[in-house]
Design a protein around this ligand. Structure first.
Ligand code: PLP
Length: 399
């Protein structure tokens, strides 16, 4: 298709981040610049920060950066650690691997806690590993709450309990980039010391703002940390009115954030979680139906208690070309999905179901996936969309 050719109808965007941006959020950001030290902006900033604290269920400090999630990872590690410090990274997917690789660049010693990527971490084994660290050399346990590459979500309260059962004082760090605003997360109740997040998924904003929320134990670790930092230095940030940023403050995303949080709270945070669960269940039922044949597609995640409500990674039959299939789906039906990352490249595709999404969007996406699987001769049983509809009908709740 040429550059100037218009595809009729809506572009269906079912990527696991960035996500669809609600019209009212777009409108909220459609405005001219104002001075970031003036009262008008500071009031908006304060509203956004307070709203984000409500979403995180925290009263702790939040530091914002003009960056994506990678920047927030980097900021978090350089603010908490010194060269040679050891951390335990719970593995299992592309994003935990990327967080580990980034940390190692700064001289942090990363021990990968190995897991079956289709199941996620064995919590009893994690407790044993922590209990065996008598010297308490491990300074932090790093957890990707929702591994966006595999669609395996980890039980943070159980991981907190494993640390407590082992009597281990390590910090507990959580990456909530693809869970916050999608399914349950509670920073303070769950005893998370530092949380990394980004704007472009459950928060329904463009990419470009990321943040760390840091509790008292994390701030104490920060005070002792020696890794070099300038742009990301929390100590410098704490001296500023908005306790964030070095240099110019990005104004417009905060107008968008206030509106996005208003939308989330108008629906109700538990209702937003329930909507994500309901739509995710429908996607999973569709995949199960497609898989009711020899060598059909299957859910990559094998532990039903760890299914992600924000993304579903779908393993295609051996020999199928997942990227060719995604290209066909995009070119012929104008539906965009996520591809496989690292080891899963070409083997899976990912349906993002996070953020501003309803039944019609999910059914439209699933319908076109089913059409495209037929076009691409990918072995599958028909009836995925019907199964998704049955799931939605069975779980429908009056709004
Ligand atoms: N962590 C998780 C769980 C993610 O899903 C992503 C991106 O998809 C990242 C970190 C990296 O964030 P970014 O791409 O914004 O740098």
């Amino acid at each position: 298709m040429g550059m100037n050719e218009r595809k009729p109808g809506r572009h269906f965007f079912a990527n696991p981040g960035p996500t669809n941006i609600p019209d009212s959020v777009l409108r909220a950001m459609d405005r001219n610049s104002i001075d970031f030290v003036e009262a008008e902006f500071l009031a908006v900033f304060d509203q956004a920060r307070a709203g984000l604290q409500r979403l995180l269920f925290t009263t702790h400090e939040v530091f914002f950066y003009t960056s994506t999630g990678h920047g927030a990872w980097e900021a978090t590690m350089v603010n908490l650690f010194s060269e040679g410090d050891a951390v335990l990274m719970i593995g299992g997917g592309y994003f935990s691997g990327a967080w580990a690789a980034l940390s190692e660049k700064f001289g942090i010693k990363v021990e990968m806690f190995q897991v079956d990527p289709r199941l996620g971490a064995d919590i009893a084994a994690l407790r044993d590993r922590l209990a065996a660290d008598h010297a308490h050399a491990i300074k932090a346990v790093c957890v990707v709450h929702n591994e966006t590459s595999t669609s395996v979500a980890l039980p943070l309260p159980a991981i907190r309990a494993a640390l407590d059962a082992a009597g281990h004082p390590a910090l507990l760090l959580a990456d909530t980039i693809s869970s916050l605003g999608c399914f349950e997360f509670r920073m303070d109740d769950w005893g998370i010391d530092a949380v990394v997040g980004g704007s472009q998924k459950g928060l329904m904003l463009p990419a470009g703002i990321a943040f760390t929320a840091a509790g008292p134990k994390a701030l104490a670790a920060h005070a002792a940390s020696k890794l070099p930092k300038f742009y990301f230095d929390w100590t410098a940030m704490l001296t500023r009115r908005y306790r964030s940023f070095t240099g110019t403050v990005p104004i417009l995303p905060f107008f968008g954030m206030v509106e996005a949080i208003r939308l989330i709270e108008q629906e109700g945070i538990p209702a937003v979680w329930a909507r994500h669960r309901r739509l995710a269940d429908a996607v999973r039922e569709a995949v199960r139906a497609w898989g009711k044949t020899n060598h059909g597609p299957e859910l990559y995640c094998r532990d039903a208690s760890r299914y992600s409500d924000s993304v579903t990674t779908i393993l295609l039959p051996e020999g199928a070309d997942a990227d060719g299939f995604r290209k066909l789906l995009l070119d012929r039906y104008n539906v965009s999905t996520g591809g496989g990352l690292a080891a899963l490249s070409g083997r899976v595709f990912r349906i993002g179901h996070m953020g501003d999404l309803n039944e019609a969007m999910i059914l439209g996406t699933l319908g076109c996936v089913e059409l495209a699987m037929a076009d691409a001769n990918i072995p599958h049983a028909a009836g995925g969309v019907a199964a998704a509809m049955a799931s939605l009908a069975a779980t429908s709740t009056p709004r």
